[in-house]
Write a protein that binds this ligand. Structure first.
Ligand code: NAP
Length: 257
């Protein structure tokens, strides 16, 4: 991987970003493309959804492929892996970003919600990391970046399934890093704090809860998807070649307080 001064150059590399239809994932895909990577955007019905991402990326002179995959369905993940192999697409950078949240008190947290959260937030990232990581290990290079959360460190309030899934992602990051660091594959995570996206719309709409949350953020504001992409870009680049198993808070200081 080439880096020139502080210029990050991902030219010639392919990044697969899950959940690139909107929010943090869309911004990550765009930023990696701006740094020179070709992009495979994975999501539900993402081939038909026109969120303008493909046009923006092609305008940068980079390749863009949208691939439909419901990450809650293992058979669709297996089909995705087969399709990538059949099309001869090698993934140098995997960003496991897609995620869902279900807010409910623990006593009301339904089985179906628990299963959905675990399938998308934990099972799918593991399956993708296992299958694409195996190829990276063979090639002796690659970057895997999980999108964890401050709830990888804290229990949160009325999101028990989500907190459990994100806690597990932090441990998975460390477990895979231990296995794959000797092969030149970097496995790391970013742990966003409170970021203004659809994921947090219900919280933001609750004025008193939102004010209480922001009063506790040293930076004093909601994060934006743009706040998250710099650390992801760093972890995707050669600047992070000696970084293994890190779960990097990107939270306006939330965890420091
Ligand atoms: P978002 O705007 O709700 O985006 C979630 C993305 O995940 C969407 O692209 C969505 O695609 C995709 N997704 C959900 N279920 C899927 C499925 N079954 N199959 C394929 N794709 C699926 O949320 P966000 O805030 O950008 O979240 C991105 C990541 O950051 C998540 O892992 C989230 O947990 C994490 N995070 C967010 C915050 C925050 O404050 N926002 C904080 C910490 C961590 P569709 O268009 O198909 O729904």
């Amino acid at each position: 991987m080439k880096t020139t001064g502080i210029h990050i150059d991902l030219a010639g590399q392919t990044a697969l970003v899950t959940g690139a239809s909107r929010g943090i994932g869309r911004e990550i895909a765009l930023t990696l493309a701006r740094a020179g990577a070709n992009i495979i955007a994975v999501g539900r019905n993402i081939e038909a959804k026109d969120n303008g991402l493909g046009a923006e990326i092609r305008e940068l002179g980079k390749e863009f492929h949208a691939v439909d995959c419901d990450l809650a369905d293992r058979s669709q993940i297996r089909a995705l892996i087969s399709r990538l192999a059949a099309e001869g697409r090698k993934v140098d950078i995997l960003v496991n970003n897609a995620g869902v949240i279900r807010r409910a008190r623990a006593v009301d947290h339904a089985d179906a919600d628990w299963d959905d959260v675990m399938a998308v937030n934990l099972d799918a990232p593991f399956l993708l990391a296992r299958e694409l990581g195996r190829q990276m290990v063979e090639r002796k290079h690659g970057k895997i970046i999980f999108v964890a959360s401050v709830l990888s460190f804290q229990g949160g309030i009325q999101v028990p399934g989500y907190a459990a899934s994100k806690g597990a992602i932090a441990q998975l990051t460390r477990a895979l890093a231990n296995e794959w660091a000797p092969f030149g594959v970097n496995v790391n995570a970013v742990a966003p704090g409170y970021v203004d996206t659809a994921n947090t719309a219900a919280l933001k709409a609750d004025e008193s809860r939102s004010a209480a949350l922001m009063a506790r953020v040293p930076a004093g504001r909601w994060g934006t998807p743009q706040d998250i992409v710099g650390p992801v870009l760093f972890l995707a680049s050669g600047l992070a070649d000696f970084v293994h198993g890190a779960v990097l808070p990107v939270d306006g200081g939330w965890l420091a307080r």
